[in-house]
Write a protein that binds this ligand. Sequence first.
Ligand SMILES: [Zn+2]
Length: 263
Amino acid sequence: MNSVLSTPALKTSAVIHAAALIACALPGVWPWSMGLVLANHAVLTAAGLWPRSSLLGSNWTCLPDRYAHANTVAITIDDGPHPEVTLRVLDILDQHQARATFFCIGMQVRQYPQLAQEIVQRGHCIQNHSYRHRHNFSLLGPQGFMREIKAAQTAIAEVTGVTPVFFRAPAGLRNPFLQAILHKLGLQLVSWSRRGFDTRETDPLKVAQRLLKNIKSGDILLLHDGHCAQTSSGQAVVCETLPIVLEAIKSKGFRTITLSEAI
Ligand SMILES: [Zn+2]
């Protein structure tokens, strides 16, 4: 796992702030240094709003390089466990002999422990997606990040016996404080290669098309069992999208693996 100031962007930021402190003592220079600090903050904020950015620290947007030509993709399913959808998703995965990684919300794991256990028992991987999936997660400071992420680690470990090694931020949004907390907890940040926007798109075909367009070995796909949109017939979109995606993956000769298998 990378250290806290592991990226050029964060190292540059630290240098800018140190230089700005010194410049405060120089009357003609401080307005320029203050402008530089503000511009630096704007860049860091933009990086935090860009889920696939690695400017703020290590971030898996695809599987490690050795999977680029291994005909392998990872399916990730967020925001569960969900009392109605998760079991159906597990059945679909079983029917296609596929494996997936579930980024679960800690509070949901506490609420539906048997579903979380079922995910693990059926050979899938369960990882950390924060405790409450707060909408303002990306605005938290170090203590807030630690509380949210550690509570989810504890919930998942106590309920399933598995301690997560990957973390995905709610909506993929974060700020420069997150990397230090992930480093302390031994967690690797993961985003995705492609997503289908299945929390708001009600047409399973459109979701599948977004996920499958130019799909390549090593891709990480994002779907949702929690907070999933519904089709016009009232079905969870993931339940109609997933079979299409799994059939297409199979027809390409690809196999699915969990993120844990890719370490
Ligand atoms: Zn989420």
